[in-house]
Design a protein around this ligand. Sequence first.
Ligand code: ATP
Length: 773
Amino acid sequence: MVDLKKRKASSRSLPSKKKIKVSHANSSTLPWKKSSRPLEAGIDADDGILELEEVEGVEVFYEEGKGGRIARFNVIENENDSQDEDEDMRDDNEDAQSADDEDEPVEQVKFDSEKLLPLWHSMELHPQLYKSLHQRKFLEPTPIQEKCIPLALNGRDVVGIAQTGSGKTLAYGLPILHRLLQDARPNKKSKRSLRALILAPTRELALQVSTHMKESLDVLESHIKQEEDENASNAAVNRKAKGKKKEKSEKEKNEPSIPIKKPPPAVSIAAIVGGMSAQKQRRILDRGVDVLVATPGRLWDIIQEDDKLATEIRDNLRFLVLDEADRMIETGHFKELDNILRLTLRIDNAERIPNDIESTSDEEGEQAEDREAPSRSDSETHLQTFVFSATLSKELQRNVKKRSRPKGGGKKPNHQPATTLDDLLLKLDFRDLNGPEVIDLSPEDGLVDTLVESKVECLVTDKDIYLYYFLLRYPGRTLVFLSAIDGIRRLLPLLEILNQKVYPIHSQLEMRQRLKNLDRFKSAPDSVLLATDIAARGLDIQGVDHVVHYQVPRSADVYIHRNGRTARAGGKGFSLLLVAPDERKTLAGVLGSFASGRDAKSIPLFPIPDTKLLDKLKARVKLAKEIEGVGHKVRKANHEDKWMKEAADVLGVDLSDDDDDRKPAKKKPKQDAKLASMKAELKQMLSQPLLARGVSVRYITGGSNPLAEELLKQRSSTTSSEDISPVMLGLGGGKADAGEDVAEALRNKSKGRRKSEMKPKTEKSEWNGIGSS
Ligand SMILES: Nc1ncnc2c1ncn2[C@@H]1O[C@H](COP(=O)(O)OP(=O)(O)OP(=O)(O)O)[C@@H](O)[C@H]1O
């Protein structure tokens, strides 16, 4: 669905600009731009349209053809408009430039890396990349970058494994960008050809990688800005020195300032993911890109319709990256991934691989049949392959190394793939004679050492209460992982009713809504994101304070990646597992599969100094659930009532009051009243501060007592709205720190002098459940 806006060119005409008319034979080649919908429109507005595009300054005229009238289009633009359009395209993830822009000389960036970035200097990266690193204050490479970048710059294939949040994206991204910046296209008028393909398992991750890579190039803009500022201040200084302040002439005042033409990016990067306009993504590809970041599903869809893209991947690709390779096979796109990877094989290996690997399932059988795509015809264009993840098992790393062999290496490999991931990785045609360089910097257990882990053992029915307790006691940015979408749908309204700022993210949400929720979570420091494991991998959200595993994850890898959303880039982080009795076995299995063979005791119990508070929270949660239940009934009744009226109108039926079928509507006033009274009761409950045992409300307001100060401290340390009552008084401190509380409980335990309130087990066993208040 498009919104074609007709617009008079004169409304935009500028005296200094020349108008040009460009004719288009059909609407698909018009300069469409993304049109934003208001945020508040909500997901169901506009009949669920995900994307709107608009085009401006278009004259529609008709030509008589054999089959009747044919619409033709004239785009009226000023000479400078094509540049404006390019900027829009860039903002809109459309980096490809029109060939006409490209005769502009690209500005040379100079950077004194020896002086300004001495720890990066030996890598001899392109100055543009140095400048971006300097701007972002990335003053030293992370360990994985330090090891991998020189190898990659030397033309090696690299398998990189390092803990979550350790900078793996730039470990492969910088060498790629360096090479592409260096290999400037000799003919700038020619279309860009695809030189790097980065595959990522989820849409969000692909978009994030593409943004991250673009940021590494984003120096020209600021470079120009810096120059503009410098020029402006130099001009001011000169004027002052000459002692004459030059007044602008009337003509100059009226003329709009002509923006400085932004040069096209030296390397263009685009993301191709599902859930976004495929038509637009095809247009981006038609214009040409250097680096493509894609999810396998959408990319394969496009390749199937576009021979040129398949040819480019086969013949021109210089770099192939599998980011979060181990997750890729879980996304249900194994087949597509397999097909894409086949395009990158050399002919002799393409022949070898299908025969090598015995199909063990129907699906794999189908894959073999689908292997029609011709493979890379030669190795003239040397392809480098990078595989990165935080979790690639040691065995897999060994297998990858053993299986790789030189082109025409003769011997048949004797290692059969052990897992689907083995299968996938062994299909990669590493060009390195000695196999890829494997850099494994992952800690033994894969977890970051700035992460504090903890667990609550509780009945499944009490998980909501413990979660609510945690959110109140430890305000912050909290990412809650649930194993199923149904759980998110249940928990979301409950937490909303309890005044928590909460957003969902899962695969059944529209892409647009997923990104919107992610943005909201990123910009609200005290908010909660309820997520399935689509958010477990790779997402780089600044300042996630806590990760809560509402259900025990199914594997050690998932546990590591979920936890990896916090404690990133050397920062602190906290992880809480909510473990129901029937999940103990799963947890034991997950921990047992860690390299160090952990057991459940290795994760300390989460301290709850006063379990009586849980009883009070139970009452709130119970009431919130009832409100949700009644609210649901009212909504359903309203919906049925509306539907009935509409159907009656259409059929011309008179619905009399005593019609049995209208019962829901009859009940409505009663239910509305009940709902209102329950909401009032909950509001009252929420307005009460939660007092720890032995604390009386009388003492709170009395003079200079510590509780009043605590109240004030908490209020000032939370950004929650006034009617939210985040206060838990009598537990001490201002904004509590979950990690410190666990550390303190452990210290107390090891000293053998646990305070009585730090004994949740003796006071009340969590397995017995929380009593009703
Ligand atoms: N050299 C550096 N110095 C400081 N910060 C860096 C550096 N390199 C990357 N970062 C930042 O560290 C954060 C984590 O990087 P990145 O997302 O690449 O981690 P990752 O290892 O891929 O994590 P995950 O395994 O979770 O995907 C990002 O915000 C990134 O901008």
